[in-house]
Design a protein around this ligand. Structure first.
Ligand SMILES: Nc1nc2c(c(=O)[nH]1)N[C@H]1C(S)=C(S)[C@@H](COP(=O)(O)O)O[C@H]1N2
Ligand SMILES: [Mo]
Length: 310
């Protein structure tokens, strides 16, 4: 099934994508033999991720190399130097880790992250991540829809927004020793955006556990919005009646919005959004409205003026 969604790869250009695909094919065949499928314990997390269903909206071309995904990062808690993030983030301890769902819910929940991941069925999603700075990557995430977790906590009828909070730990997150942003990093979504089936919590990339620089142990992925909405290292998810303040809007409201839907027609003083460079490619390509996910999400914004910055 996955096969038909992918372009053929030349044997002369062995990429991360082709290696990953052949591993997936191998695991699929292996799994179909009774020997392994009867013994679930033989499967590591990685294998589980690779045999899971894939959802790919085929609009963004080939996958970005694993090396680029893990060596070119935005993570201001460590440094604003994208190429150094992975170096500092190595120090982050992601075990033990708990995630709390609270606020306007009938059943506030706190999970140990490993327990939570063990309970959820892990899917794969291949999404484009479009940074507001004008670059993008195509990343195969492993994880589960945020809606599954929110439903477990039973949002009350007052829950209109969801706020996400990242880790506060200035000992290790050395960027937090300076007040460049209002720490901890927070973000927010409207409840219908949070419940949308494309909105995802990721704990893996390319079938491997997600690394600290990409938001370990768990991060948000909202593919139709600029990358800063996709908050890393989540500790709290809080349902609210009112729209929360968010870190980037607080810091620079002329250039960052609460909605931040990808829109090539709306520029801000700092950025013109018409085009983007996909990391690993040379030629710029046109940015798509809602990052190409309009068919799935445009209905959420039918009352919004698409020439305005939100
Ligand atoms: N906690 C936290 N989450 C964050 C950021 C950050 O600085 N801190 N940067 C955001 C931005 S601007 C982008 S583009 C993406 C980058 O994700 P990646 O490094 O996994 O590609 O993470 C987002 N999530
Ligand atoms: Mo970004």
């Amino acid at each position: 099934m996955a096969k038909t969604l992918y372009p053929k790869v030349n044997s002369s250009e062995i990429t991360d994508e082709s290696i990953w695909l052949s591993r997936r094919a191998f695991i699929k065949t292996t799994l179909s033999t009774a020997l392994i499928s009867t013994s679930g314990s033989l499967l590591s997390k990685e294998l589980n991720a690779l045999k899971s269903p894939v959802l790919r909206l085929p609009k963004h071309g080939s996958l970005t190399k694993y090396k680029d995904i893990t060596r070119y990062n935005n993570y201001y808690e460590f440094t604003s130097d994208k190429k150094l993030v992975h170096h500092y983030a190595k120090e982050l301890k992601t075990e033990p880790w708990t995630i709390t769902i609270n606020g306007e819910v009938e059943k506030p929940l706190t999970f140990d992250i490993d327990k939570l991941l063990g309970m959820m069925s892990i899917e794969e999603r291949i999404y484009s991540l479009r940074c507001v700075e004008g670059w993008s990557m195509v990343i195969p995430w492993n994880g589960f829809p945020l809606a599954q977790l929110l439903k477990m906590a039973k949002p009350t009828s007052k829950a209109k927004y969801v706020k996400f909070t990242s880790l506060l730990d200035p000992e290790v997150m050395i960027g937090q020793r300076r007040p460049i942003l209002n720490w901890p990093y927070t973000e927010g979504l409207r409840i219908d955006e949070a419940m949308h089936p494309l909105t995802f919590l990721a704990s893996g990339i390319y079938g491997k556990d997600i690394l600290p620089q990409n938001g370990a142990p768990i991060r948000l992925v909202v593919p139709w919005k600029y990358g800063y909405k996709s908050l890393k290292a989540i500790t709290h998810i809080t349902l609210l009646e009112k729209q929360p303040k968010t870190t980037w809007v607080d810091a620079n409201p002329d250039n960052y919005g609460f909605y931040s839907n990808v829109n090539p027609k709306v520029s801000t003083p700092m950025w013109n959004q018409r085009k983007e460079v996909k990391i690993g490619e040379v030629r710029k390509k046109r940015t798509q409205l809602y990052n190409g996910y309009g068919e799935q999400v445009a209905h959420l914004y039918k009352d919004m003026d698409l020439t305005k910055f939100y």
